[in-house]
Write a protein that binds this ligand. Sequence first.
Ligand SMILES: [Zn+2]
Length: 340
Amino acid sequence: MERLADGPVICAEGYLFELERRGYLQAGAFVPEVVSDHPDVVRQLHQDFVHAGSDVVEALTYYAHREKMRLIGREDELEPMNRQALRIAKDVAAETGALVAGNICNTNIYDPDDAAGQAKIRDLYAEQMEWIVDEGVDFVIAETFPWQGEAELALDAIKQSGLPAVVTYAIHRDGLTREGITPARACKALEDQGAAVVGLNCARGPETMLPILQEIAAVCTVPIAALPVPFRTSESEPTFQSLTDSCSGHPDGDRPFPVHLDPMSCTRMDIARFTTEAKALGVKYFGVCCGAGPHHIRAMAEALGRRPPASRYSADMSKHYALGDFDRQRKQDRDFRDRL
Ligand SMILES: [Zn+2]
């Protein structure tokens, strides 16, 4: 909260997609087995994101909950994997001066009419929170909730620890939570129940997240979080799961989600523009979700007027042999630029 009072905070996310691209995590179940199998790869990605401007190192415990671990047959490694993820994140935060955040998330077993299922979710969050509190973090992120009811269970679990909670919804095609509640009302409910920061992550790209952020900003008084996916979603295809691409020839018909989305990727400029526009709406807590790379985070940081260490290597095309403009540039190369 002190950092937010000072100005915007950036929290890089999108670990699952980036580690999938790097060949260390399987799309589908999206369980962060990489934490146990290749901890150095996780450490390096945390470092890359801080280097690019992230103020927060988020422990990679997304989908490292009992339900998901059971799905891949590694339930017995649940606690060591969670603790390992927290320790890696803490180490990088300590080395870099970044904040460290714990993480709990959507379970995919929530049903508003199933009290027993909800009790199971409470248990699942309680055990993860125990490890989070035990290892020690600055705050906890609860994210990617399609249901308000599930987000409230997560917030409740965090509140019992006394740690600040950042709680964000993933809003799907119809623009509402799965109960049918507007995101603005659903965020306001979390604010009223004690969330320190509320907002949106995942599912929507910059274009289709901004209008909803505007509605949230109109009713919420706590800082608002905005972590879109870096894909060019549109009014007719508002989420990255709903994007179509008839040209990619992948096996799932014309739905490129999740591993054939490259042609719809946001450029750094797209992310910079989003950052400026979201900031004008009053967003204070920024990030990029599934699909983010360090280049997106640097673009976000620079759009907020920062110079993270990675900015030392930001593009300077004035030094390019043909497209540039420098003293020793050969005329024949400059004349060649339109033939490139
Ligand atoms: Zn995401």
